[in-house]
Design a binder for this molecule. Structure first.
Ligand code: FPP
Length: 269
């Protein structure tokens, strides 16, 4: 009885997409989808059961971000470290990926969502690579939310690759070391066509970044949700966005500088 009452009260305060104000919404949301394994374990099931149920949370979150007109959503779906998981688990994740890509092309099209991928895409099994390329091509003209799947992705690997490419360009006199600035580094990352992350969400109560978008989250607001990924719902997303909208992003400046009319004062002044 007490539980029912608590649930009723909770539902009353739960927020929906309609509660999100238009102004000050994050342009780029990135999510570390964590807790599939523990969600399954709690139910006495194999880890892969958690991943299977995580797919539905992916679908709903993508649709909700499209409805909220979030320009960029990036999901950490498979890290470079995830290759070390048991063979059955890796195979299941690859199978779920192919199945989801096939099934969700219609959803992506109906919601004007453009698919993108970052990471060592060439290291994915052929069937995943092929399906991914196909859906990326078929959605390339869409102008709504850009959904980026981070697959076989590791931020250190990304930075290492960028450094190697830049070194080789310097060696071949294509670029001078004096000209290497943040824009040039950015242009050599997998994410060269994405803006910096504004809001990074991680589920499952863990407070770690786990080698995800280390360069791109330099000024991101971090938001942690206790729920495991398969339980991530609309109200979690809405609460994260509303929390973001209430924070003051100073980018190294003082509150007074942000309040003053002239917001273009350089940091050195
Ligand atoms: C982390 O949970 C989750 C993953 C490593 C994979 C995320 C994949 C999905 C949600 C399903 C397929 C994805 C798409 C895009 C269709 P964990 O296994 O690390 O959980 P644990 O920390 O409880 O062990």
């Amino acid at each position: 009885m007490a539980g029912n009452h608590a649930e009723t009260v909770l539902n009353e305060v739960r927020k929906t997409l309609a509660d999100v104000q238009e102004s000050g919404r994050p342009k780029h949301i990135a999510i570390i989808m964590d807790g599939n394994g523990r969600w399954a374990k709690q139910r006495g099931k194999l880890r892969v059961f958690g991943h299977e149920n995580g797919v539905e949370a992916v679908r709903k979150t993508v649709e909700n971000c499209a409805r909220l007109k979030i320009d960029y959503l990036t999901l950490y779906a498979f890290s470079t470290e995830n290759w070390n998981r048991p063979k059955l688990e890796v195979e299941t994740l690859m199978r779920l990926l192919v199945a989801s890509l096939r099934r969700e092309l219609k959803t992506l099209t109906e919601n004007n969502i453009k698919l993108n991928a970052i990471g060592r895409i060439d290291s994915l099994p052929d069937r995943v690579h092929k399906e991914l390329k196909e859906v990326i091509e078929k959605t390339s003209s869409h102008t709504g939310t850009t959904l980026t799947l981070a697959l076989s992705y590791g931020s250190r690997e990304e930075l290492k690759t960028a450094v190697k490419t830049l070194c080789s360009k310097v060696k071949n006199n294509l670029i001078s070391p004096d000209h290497i600035d943040e824009t040039i580094i950015n242009n050599h990352l997998y994410t060269h066509d994405l803006p910096d992350v504004d809001l990074l969400i991680r589920t499952s109560g863990e407070h770690r970044i786990s080698n995800f978008l280390l360069w791109q989250i330099a000024y991101a607001e971090l938001y942690f949700v206790d729920a495991f990924w398969p339980d991530f719902q609309e109200h979690h997303l809405v609460e994260a966005i509303m929390n973001y909208q209430n924070r003051e992003r100073r980018f190294g400046k003082t509150s007074e500088q942000l309040d003053s009319a002239d917001r273009t004062i350089p940091l050195s002044e």
